[in-house]
Design a protein around this ligand. Sequence first.
Ligand SMILES: Cc1ncc(COP(=O)(O)O)c(CN[C@@H]2CONC2=O)c1O
Length: 474
Amino acid sequence: MPPKPLDYESINENVKKSQYAVRGELYLRASELQKEGKKIIFTNVGNPHALGQKPLSFPRQVVALCQAPFLLDDPNVGLLFPADAIAKAKHYLSMTGGGLGAYSDSRGIPGVRKEVAEFIQRRDGYPSDPELIYLTDGASKGVMQILQTIIGGQGDGILVPVPQYPLYSATIALLGGSLVPYYLEETANWGLDINELRQSVNQARYKGITVKAMVIINPGNPTGQCLSEANLREVLQFCFEENLVLLGDEVYQQNIYQDERPFVSAKKVLMDIGPPLSKEVQLISFHTVSKGYWGECGQRGGYFEMTNIPPETVDQIYKVASISLSPNVPAQIFMGLMVNPPKPGDISYDQFVRESKGILESLRRRARIMTDGFNSCRNVVCNFTEGAMYSFPQIRLPPRAIEAAKQAGKVPDVFYCLKLLEATGISTVPGSGFGQKEGVFHLRTTILPAEEDMPAIMDSFKKFNDDFMEQYED
Ligand SMILES: Cc1ncc(COP(=O)(O)O)c(CN[C@@H]2CONC2=O)c1O
């Protein structure tokens, strides 16, 4: 009997090649332990609401009214919802062709795309065209669609930072393309070195790979570094010289925990540079409602903006977007609300600022608590989380621990993270899931556990780690 079409040996080899560690072996083991009744702290995913963060009130009020427009006809609606939420709900409902249950335009609701363009203009000080902004089911789907547009086969290479967020490595594998790594320098606070970039591109070309794009994740995941304007100018100049499209993953642009390097978009720096680059360099910028102080991961709202992309290519991207009919409509409203939040003088403005500021200030404190906690541990060093939502400490494993991992048939940092999980219930992602230099080991955790729980979590980690090092050190 020949293998059936969906027998393992029959399925697409690219599917088998793709890996996504954020919900990989550690997550699966943690889920098993949870089922057995062990208390697990899931810090593997940047999923703020799953770790207790409360949603912002205003967006939920607006979307609740959009989901249940009959409430707007209730004479008591004003007793439960502020007037500006009611007005906003009517504003978005008027944009949908039939409410949240109807498909929207495959590129997203034009009115929301216009609000995204206006946000980008306010942020960067340069024009943004709503026709070149597509709303997507989370930034993930936008990234996947653009990579699909670029990668035609094994010969097409994508420059990806290492450590990287495995959406990129997994999607490149799925599409049968080639990942071309450029290593971030941990000792330079995960700095990006143009010479390293050039070397990676040359090595790839030597192997016959056509490097077509470069990914930057700014702020970084898992590394948390924020790129300076100078870094971005170097990167854009590099893309211009090497004929690369720049994919600017900027989903953490609201998550900034230091004042030295505030977020600046690749779009703004490109426009600041001026011609020829500002007219020539192709740039796709991504954003989401999943991060920042919104953390609305489950809503699945995102966008990408296209800069210097030829109309005939935009038409192809539109055609492919049409295959999926419509991005999810409630999430488009969340996106509209994110880029166009309550303004000074609005009834909900004070509450919105209080809630959002509170979340961001707490994240900044938690970034510091976690970094300092890791740096107080034996054989652990950790760069400060300048941005994003993660801490990525280096774990200096003694040779006997590496040997024990080998005996257990595990990659060293997987071995360490499994021991950590079993001992403390802290569920992390091994650094090997993000890529790292040979012989250097890390783990990624989020800075999302509740602030009041953070000291106890760090104490629990320190006890485990120092006992582990005691056990395996010579
Ligand atoms: C750099 C980066 N880009 C895109 C995404 C996708 O976001 P959407 O929710 O908009 O699709 C994530 C999600 N971060 C994952 C999710 O949680 N932990 C992570 O590392 C991310 O970290």
